[in-house]
Every structure is written in structure tokens, then in C-alpha cells.
Write a protein that binds this ligand. Sequence first.
Ligand code: XMP
Length: 518
Amino acid sequence: MVSDPFDTVVVVDFGAQYAQLIARRVREAHVYSEIVPRTTPLAEILARRPKGIIFSGGPASVHVDDAPSIDPAVYRAEVPVLGICYGAQLVAQQLGGEVRRTGTGEYGRTTMTRAGDSLLLQGLPPEQIVWMSHGDAITAAPDGFTVTASSEAAPVAALEDRERAIYGVQFHPEVAHTERGQEILKRFLFDVCECRPTWTNSSIIEQAVEEVRAQVGSERVICGLSGGVDSAVAAALVHKAVGDQLTCVFVDTGMLRLNEADQVEETFRRQFQVDLVHVKAADRFLAALDDVLEPERKRKIIGETFIRVFEEAARDLATESEADARFLVQGTLYPYIVESGGDDNATIKSHHNVGGLPDDMNFELVEPLRHLFKDEVRAVGEELGLPEEIVWRQPFPGPGLAVRIIGTITPERLEILRNADAIVVEEIRRAGLYREVWQSFAVLPAVRTVGVMGDGRTYEYPIVIRAVTSDDAMTADWARLPAEVLERMASRIINEVPGVNRVAYDITSKPPGTIEWE
Ligand code: XMP
């Protein structure tokens, strides 16, 4: 739980894919929001001292057996309630209204018409487009409620009881397709709940800094840097909190992208003046990967070698300073905490970010990002002064370029891939597409093909360009890159990277392909 500088709005998750989105929208309005499972006892919800409670949508019907429900005492707790979709039907049903399977559901864009005076919908036009997704509909509002809007298949599209501060909307105000959705949420947050809009980047940082100081005291802290955004922002926050009590360890596996190690050095050592241990372990990784072809073995070897190198660095630090670091920084984000069911979960596996640290390392974890969504982490990173290239970096797999080299990994093949990859990324940036595509990179297959360059025959490697769009990496589509961008990449790679005589573009979606080639 976050304390006093922020008012809290609790989102009760009724099994919707929308709960996280609701919490994010609330936070975009600068009000702190937490998600709790619907099974959370009411006393526990109220112990968070919420200024408001939002019931999310859910896939169920209120009429099925075991339909998710909530302790009706919530309506007497004197905390404003907003039910969304299933949440609105639950409100109606629990308070004596009527919810029916009408036979005509609404899915998608729907025109909604206002009726009468409403606190929640004030200032909105008589008709507007909202996003609906329901089979059942509220057909009669409970006593004490006013119906404030309707649509063709939802006679009660919005209802409110101002006296008790209980509101319900059949549509989804949190999705972008509901034109004035954010305004409606804001009415609830500010006019109904009277929340303060204090959840801003600078106050998030201030609060995190205080929490880290309180947790760590004067002890030493270590943080593994990966070059990715989460560990970088976590390190910058902890550094702001405890300065030179922090030592960062950056393991250079030799499988990194061009200039990546330099950039970490530049940012953390020179810009932030963090005590940084840069372990140059490329030879060790290459030796361990010698002649290894099988993708899963590559991953295991890299994971294990990483752990050993990190452990050794931590041990060296302890000997040097005579005081063991007791704390280890992890860049764990809020969605991970929600999914693993709670924030008092101190045993979160440490492999989450640093690539598989052993359980017997005996560190207490410091997780300064555990309240934040990814977009908030990026905003905080920018506010802390981290460079754009780190804050907006595309995801990169822990085993690095190793899973993009099919077959044997040698220094020469790494060099080819690294240079080709740099051109792909540079051209994507130049075309202004870097943030739009989820990942864009080069792959080096194990085959060679015949070509002709100048007057001579060549027999060299192809490079495969892979660029995908995605929301979460679970599914992905190949990016429709403009032909001119592909052409520029191809001709630059062939002209500038020795050892390559052909370029192909991967047009496989996921599924059936994966994003990475190994
Ligand atoms: P795939 O290839 O499975 O990748 O479609 C999904 C996402 O995960 C990344 N990825 C990894 N990340 N360690 C990581 O930290 C790994 O071993 C690993 N393998 C894949 C990949 O880049 C994509 O974003």
C-alpha cells in the first residue's frame, strides 16, 4: 500500500481483462489505483482507506452458479462505488434491481442516449459513442437510483444513487473507443470521490525514494543492470535514494548489441556517477558456448554462466568493502505483483529481471517499481534524466544475440550480426518507427548462399530482418515496413557488413512463429 501523499482508488477485479486498464486510466488522471482480486475480504479493501471503489467488468453473467460477487456491506461503507459492465449489473442485482438475459446483447461501438440530470455524465452531449460488451442487461434500476442513460439493448446504460454515492455504467469508460470515457472516470474520481490528483512523476519518485531509504537504512545495496529499461530505472531511483551505498553490477556477456555496454557505462558511471562494476566476461561466455548448437542449451549455459559471474562479483564486492550487501534491487513491475497475487509477496523469484539469480543468495529484495506500470516506469525514467535510448528501448532477450545466431557462436559471427543489427535499428529509428514496432532486429542463419559482387562470385551468409508489432509479445504480427526502409537496410547491410551477401525479411506472425528465431 502506498501511504498518505496519495489517495487510493481500489479496482476490484471480477475476472476482466479490463481491470489493469481501469487502474491505468485512473492513474493517468493522477490518482493512485490498486487492483485487488474479488475474493479479497471487504475489511482488507477498506483497510487501504480507499476514496473510491471500482468494480471491473467480468466475463460471467450474474445469473450463473458461482457468479462472482462481493460482500454487500460494501454499499454501506460510505465509500463511493462505480460498477463497470458486469460490475454495474452486480450493483443493480445486489441492491434489488433487475438483470436479465434480454436476447440482444451489444458488442462494440454503441450509441448511448442520456436521460435527465447526472453527476457522472454532466457536461456530456445528449448522444455519444460508447464501447459495450454485454449479453445480460440491467432492465430495472434498484430503488433510490436514477437511470441516466440508455442504449438500444441496454435500457439502463448508466445509473446513479447520489445519496449513497453508488454509480454504475454498462459501457466501458476505460477503453479508448468510448469517446468521453476518461472524462466520465474523472467525474467519478474528482466530483464523486473528491480525490486529489497527486499521483505525478515527481511525487512517485519522492515516495519511492523515501520508501527505499526507510527499507535500506545505511546498509549496502547491489543492483544488476541489464541495459533494459526496468533495471535502469530501478537503479537510478535507488541511487537517488541512497547514493553511494549502491553498487551496480553490469555483466557484459559479449552477446550485447553494438555500443550497449558503452552506453550503460556512460549513463551510470559518468552521468549518474554510480559505483559501477563492469564485468567483461565475453571470453568466458564464448568459451562456454563453444560448439553449442541447441537453442535450449545455449540459454541454459548463458543463464548459469551469468549467475556464476554475478555471484563472484558480489563476493568480490563484499571482500573489498568488508560489509556484505544485504539488499538486492529488482525491477519488478506492478502487473507482475498483481498476477502473482499480492504485494506482501517477498519471495518473488529473483530470476525475474537479472537473468536467474540463485535462491541461496540471501538478499533482501528492494523493488522500487513494484507499484508501477511499464508506461509509468518509462515516465519516471525520463524524469530521472535517463537517456531516451534506454527509457524507450525495445525488449531484448536475456541471452542476447546468442539466440539470434543460428548455429555456432563465434566472435566473427557475433561481429557480423552486431553490425547488421545496428543498421536495422538505425534505419528503423530514422524512419520514425522505433516506438511503433515492438521489436526490430537482425538474425544470422547458419546457411550460406551464392551471390555476385563486383566481378566475383560470393558465398556468404544472409541476414534476416525481423520486425514485429505486438502488445505483449504473446502474439505478434510482422510489421508492414515501407519498402524503401527495407531497401535501405538491405543495401546498407550488404555494403557495410563484410560476410553478408543477401538480406531477407521474415513475414511470419506469432503464432506460428516465435519472435526470436531460437
Ligand atoms: P518469443 O521468441 O518466445 O519471445 O516469441 C517473446 C518475447 O520474449 C523475449 N525473449 C526472452 N527474454 N529471456 C528473456 O529475458 C529469454 O530467454 C527470452 N527469449 C525470448 C523476446 O525478445 C520477445 O520479446
